[in-house]
Ligand binder design. Structure first.
Ligand code: HEC
Length: 183
């Protein structure tokens, strides 16, 4: 009998806490109330706090995110080739190369191949021949030119600026150099 009472009390307690009731998906008991109600704006939602109602704000003109350097070369690959200097030049440490490898394998490998031979898994289906990155041509390119190609793309290869953050792009360049050395 005593067990039955304890069991019923527990069942009642659980169903009371589980929030089944007329308030739909609102929990009846807010155990941890922090952040339950907050003034955060939902992405893409109308919000009358701003005068035009648009909650996704455009950054003010002439501002840049912290740590971001605007890319000034546009499609001028020759100027980028001449002026861009690799801050990690010759720094083939595991820290640098592991980052490079991670971004290479998630963004470049599908086309250019694990070893940079131009034989990635989708290369056979690609309408054009994917160039190798371990070729004499790319061995002869400056680091800046490879950086520029990642940033702006080249011909049918699209830009990878949004896939490989600016601060990790040189590491990818260094990783390509290690693939070239394995040749
Ligand atoms: C969707 C397939 C694809 C992906 C992904 C891709 N590329 Fe390419 N890449 C190409 C093609 C195709 C070309 C040749 C483009 C042209 O010249 O028209 C090319 C050209 C290049 C070149 C110049 C090669 C040459 O011989 O002219 C470099 C360097 C390069 N890619 C590096 C990269 C790096 C680094 C990444 C990753 C951040 C990457 N690519 C991602 C397809 C790809």
């Amino acid at each position: 009998m005593k067990k039955l009472i304890i069991f019923s009390a527990c069942a009642l307690g659980i169903s009371a806490l589980s929030g089944c009731g007329p308030r739909g998906n609102q929990p009846n008991v807010e155990i941890l109330q922090d952040m339950m109600v907050q003034p955060a704006i939902k992405a893409q939602r109308y919000d009358d706090f701003f005068k035009d109602g648009v909650s996704a704000l455009v950054p003010p003109e002439h501002t840049v995110p912290v740590g971001f350097t605007p890319y000034k070369y546009g499609f001028n690959a020759d100027l980028a080739d001449k002026e861009l200097k690799n801050p990690y030049a010759g720094l083939m440490t595991p820290e640098v190369l592991n980052i490079g490898q991670k971004f290479f394998e998630s963004n470049c490998m599908a086309c250019h191949g694990v070893g940079g031979q131009g034989d990635g898994p989708i290369a056979a289906k690609f309408p054009l021949k994917i160039p190798a990155l371990v070729s004499d041509k790319i061995k002869g390119w400056s680091d800046g030119r490879i950086f520029h190609t990642i940033t702006m793309g080249q011909g049918v290869m699209g830009p990878y600026a949004s896939h490989v953050p600016q601060k990790y792009r040189w590491q990818v360049v260094n990783y390509v150099r290690t693939l070239q050395k394995k040749q």
